[in-house]
Design a protein around this ligand. Structure first.
Ligand code: SAH
Length: 381
């Protein structure tokens, strides 16, 4: 990795001391919570009670935990449910079906999450790091660099918080229950591997241990850290892997996804096919359509040849131009031709909807730059 100073796969290991947040119930599995509660001098079953409030009922206010003795509520909530995310701003668009939340973390770092309602499901897009070290030149988060890894609970709490928002019924025309989580917010999830995997375990564990989501409804999106993809395949999880490919050839991918200088297209695709074989899950290939950069017919054909016959689905993402970027989205006819060529090659292909564009909440726009006036909870619906 020394040849790539921008890419720091595990900043903790490099001797820096990131300011991690206080311990939270969601950092621990149920036995860990029971041990902690016992250490605090309370009966171990209180761990289940508090977990049930947090994950089962989406309640974090100790006043509402009426099955706990009044004297211990505050103390237990203080120990197990410290505030990790302070909402700075919530924005809504798409007639209220998309909501972006900007959070301040305990050390002042800012991260964002997006809640998206559909007729049949509710998805949250969550962040795994404050900033990102992967330096993809078309991505807003990539421009600012990495601040730090999020803790397991900081990751989980984004989903739990927004599950509560969904449960309040504000996402008109959608079911009230959160069903899907995508790690497509800020950060590179596989560069914060152990915390992200622990967060996935909390998301899929049945209540009261966790949120009870289906593994198949969780998507981890990565630039393609090959050893981490292989490690993820060896966990007893079958979450969906999304690979941010963006170019079928090394020359262009070296520029668009700089980690390609370390792990080439052929290596990352091999790891993806092994992931698909091990888990039985179709890999989602992400491809941002960038005008005159990666949208040529020959690149569609090359991509088609790489993917034909594989357990893969292509998700084309119209580029969301980021401030100061020299790049633009491909024109629609070019996009249609790209889709046609992929489908002709037998590759299943769809074009991603561009939810959240007006609130800078679409893919690659999450930059947490919106905290200039310091006002809190300004909701503009
Ligand atoms: N680090 C992970 C998650 C990032 S965000 C990853 O790279 O996969 C999820 C997706 O949005 C990635 O495919 C990313 O490449 C894409 N993306 C980033 N910036 C974008 C932009 N400006 N327009 C469209 N897609 C973008």
């Amino acid at each position: 990795m020394t040849s790539l100073p921008l890419i720091s796969v595990d900043p903790d290991a490099r001797g820096r001391r990131p300011a991690m947040p206080p311990r939270h119930l969601a950092d621990l599995d149920l036995p860990g919570r029971q041990a902690l509660v016992a250490e605090l001098g309370e009966p171990a079953f209180r761990a289940k009670q508090v977990s049930n409030h947090y994950f089962g009922r989406l309640v974090r206010d100790p006043e509402r935990m009426t099955d706990l003795p009044a004297a211990t509520r505050e103390r237990l909530a203080g120990e197990l449910l410290p505030t990790l995310l302070t909402p700075v701003r919530e924005l809504a668009c798409d007639d209220g079906a998309t909501r972006k939340a900007l959070w301040r973390l305990h050390d002042g770092s800012l991260v964002e999450s997006v809640l998206m309602g559909y007729p049949d499901r509710v998805t949250v897009c969550i962040s795994s790091q404050a900033g990102c070290g992967m330096a993809c030149p078309f991505c807003a988060t990539g421009q600012a660099g990495l601040t730090r890894n999020l803790s397991t609970a900081e990751i989980v709490d984004q989903a739990v918080y927004l599950a509560g928002v969904a449960a309040s019924g504000v996402v008109a025309g959608s079911p009230p229950r959160l069903s899907h989580v995508v790690f497509m917010g800020m950060g590179e999830p596989l560069a914060n591997y152990s915390r992200v995997v622990a967060a996935i375990r909390r998301l899929v564990a049945p209540a009261p241990e966790g949120l009870g989501l289906s593994q198949r409804h969780i998507t981890v999106s990565t630039v393609g850290l090959v050893p981490a993809i292989r490690r993820l395949a060896s966990e007893d999880l079958s979450v969906t892997l999304a690979l941010s490919l963006h170019a079928p050839d090394d020359e262009l991918r070296d520029e668009l996804v700089p980690v390609n200088q370390r792990w080439k297209v052929s290596e990352v695709l091999d790891a993806a096919w092994d992931y698909a074989a091990t888990t039985g899950r179709r890999v989602s290939i992400e491809y941002a359509m960038i005008k005159d950069v990666n949208d040529q017919p020959w690149r569609a054909d090359l991509l088609g040849r790489l993917l034909a016959g594989k357990l893969a689905h292509v998700n084309l993402i119209p580029l969301n131009p980021t401030p100061g970027s020299r790049w633009d989205a491909s024109p629609k006819p070019v996009e249609r031709e790209f889709v046609r060529r992929l489908r002709d090659a037998g590759v299943s292909t769809t074009v991603r909807d561009t939810r959240g564009r007006e609130i800078d909440g679409a893919c690659g726009q999450l930059a947490a730059a919106g905290d200039t006036d310091g006002d809190s909870r300004a909701a503009t619906a």
